[in-house]
Design a protein around this ligand. Sequence first.
Ligand code: UD1
Ligand code: CA
Length: 465
Amino acid sequence: MKVYAIVLAAGKGTRMKSDKPKVVHEVLYKPMINHVVDELKALGVDETIVIVGHEADQVKAIVDDVTFVDQTEQLGTGHAVLQAKDILANRDGMTLVLCGDAPLIRKETLKEFIAYHQEHHNQATIMSADCDPSTHYGRIIKENGQVTGIVEFKDLLESQKDITEMNTGEYCFDNKALFEALSQVTNDNAQNEYYLTDVIGIMNHQGLKVDAYKIDDFDEVGGINDRVALAQSTQFLRDRINREHLLNGVTIVDPSNTYIGRDVVIGHDTIIEPGCIIKGKTVIGSHCHIGPYCEFTNMEIKDNVEIKFSVLSDSIIESGVDIGPYARLRTNCHIHENAHLGNFVEMKKADFGAGSKASHLTYVGDAQVGQDVNFGCGTITSNYDGKNKSLTKIEDNVFIGCNTNLVAPVTVRKNYIAAGSTITKEVDEDAMAIARARQENKQGYSKILKEIREKEYERRNKNKK
Ligand code: UD1
Ligand code: CA
């Protein structure tokens, strides 16, 4: 059977007090809408329709491989789903409706939810959970154990106020029955909105099978309406993810102070020290020692790598590499086996060969560096002329003395560069390049200088006495 999904993401999210639409705000370094859409992708639904409205372009810019439908006026969740009518109403199958502001939902839960819906031959299944009676969620109304409707918090009758079974805002519908019922929804309620929740009462009246699927974990389904909930969701997701890594054999020294994104993969026997933020599509191998205080974005790190106090993004690090403290890889770097990057070393678009070392105060940008090259302290590639970026090529086994400027484009073949050189032309194989002013020793000058200084000191202080 075909499974479609509609994700509601048109609302402004007034309580966020933000210039950005609510679903663009990040939970653990990933926008809420991407959490929901990525779970649907992993689930393998046939088509995902995202309803956008408020600042739609900001949402469209960050979500791929979905169908967007505009809801130009936000007249309620029912009205939002109705915007997908032209695409879905005539199709056979089932439709999941999810809220873009409930990012913690897991594909495993959705899978069980769909299975429940099918096994019970329901036309509509509401995902529900028990909540605190004071929270402002819609409530599931049951008569003799049978779901008869959903009532919004603001519309609850006095007699309904002790109901704790809440509507998570996640539903599974027979697709055709959903759009049939939606056409009957009105905005006659406390908020003058077209409530999606009303379709449940309507379908019940039509004699269709309406049911609730209650899940234990309220935290997975709580909608985010303000920044308090946003912060709580990040904490909750952090704990859930860290727990999975711990159970998979990763040591996290202080899980409450370690932030690992949802799409990160880490091998066993890797140790993560406190203060690390590991996000994006980062993959870390086994037996690595990471931190304290690292920030990784979209990194591919192989086994037995050691990195501390460093900010690294969009790069590959092969096994046995040792980085930090205080290194930075900006983008497109490939650091090969057993290389070493030490204190205050920055690289960008650099292919850095196996066994090569840049131990202190070095910048390598737009460079191809061979194996076993040694960068002396303070060496830089001068890759930018104010307009163009150029390449520096350094072959295997080159020894670069301290404080060298490599002015690109330039190639250095297997050889030595003397400390303090500014290299502007190709250095041939087996040569040693020296490109600095020759040293001259002025005999006796140190004594003369001392006398000049002392006389000047006396002259300046004479008047003060
Ligand atoms: C909704 C449910 C409530 C449930 C709660 C769970 C309704 C009427 N109420 O309430 O029963 O307990 O979710 O979190 O459905 N949206 C649109 N277009 C609109 C209005 C909303 O796309 O015109 C989107 C919002 O961007 C948001 C989602 O729908 O992602 C939910 O809307 P929201 O206003 O937050 O609904 P709640 O009041 O939380
Ligand atoms: Ca909400």
